[in-house]
Design a protein around this ligand. Structure first.
Ligand SMILES: Nc1nc2c(ncn2[C@@H]2O[C@H](COP(=O)(O)OP(=O)(O)OP(=O)(O)O)[C@@H](O)[C@H]2O)c(=O)[nH]1
Length: 194
């Protein structure tokens, strides 16, 4: 007998013989989790996607409004990533992107959110930043980690990274303003290196 709330009548099909087939539904929390994950994460790296990043940033801003603490948004764009695809193929490029994601996560605290916006662009939100100096140190740690050579299939792959940083509240009060400032500073750094 199917009377369990979790095993709701999901579909009934009358066979020729007249028998009904009942398929138990997954419990709601489990189903919700399965739907939430792909909608909010980058399929390649498993990091948050743009949508989840915006959501987390919005929440952090609302909390920080009350606490008066500082928040940093980091924009990271790889340098010379296209040649990796061109030289070693897209699949190797994908593996490098996954390794980059791992290295970024390793350098940050678990409560910091990291996302891949697409291509070779990543963003991170650092909560509760005490000073610009502290954030600069994180940036240098990230740079050193990302620029460490990647050893894959007997090849050594070298990448650079350009990083821009924006602070809430001084660089903007809105998500788009913060990302725009971080993006602009990142491009400033990229052209300075070129
Ligand atoms: N392997 C792989 N490549 C991707 C993916 N998404 C985008 N790309 C490639 O990433 C590259 C990003 O382009 P650019 O940012 O111009 O590459 P870059 O060489 O780092 O350029 P600079 O930032 O100017 O140094 C393009 O070649 C895209 O085709 C992906 O999911 N996997």
């Amino acid at each position: 007998m199917v009377d369990d709330a979790a095993a709701v009548f999901a579909g009934a099909r009358a066979d020729r013989g007249g028998s009904l087939q009942l398929r138990p539904l997954q419990p709601e929390p489990c189903r919700a989790r399965k739907l939430f994950y792909p909608a909010n994460h980058d399929r390649l790296t498993g990091l948050a996607n743009r949508s989840l990043f915006y959501d987390r940033l919005q929440h952090a801003i609302s909390r920080f409004n009350r606490s008066g603490k500082r928040l940093a948004v980091l924009f990271m764009d790889m340098d010379r990533f296209k040649p990796v695809n061109d030289t070693y193929g897209h699949a190797t490029g994908d593996r490098v992107l996954k390794l980059i994601a791992e290295r970024i996560k390793t350098e940050l605290r678990t409560e910091d959110t990291v996302a891949r916006l697409g291509g070779d662009e990543f963003v991170a939100m650092l909560e509760d930043v005490e000073s610009h100096r502290q954030a600069d140190k994180v940036v240098e740690r990230l740079r050193a980690a990302i620029e460490r050579p990647y050893e894959l299939d007997g090849h050594t792959i070298y990448l650079g990274v350009s990083i821009g940083i924006a602070y809430y509240p001084e660089d903007g009060l809105l998500i788009d303003e913060l990302l725009e400032v971080a993006d602009r500073k990142m491009y400033g750094n990229k052209s300075a290196q070129a």
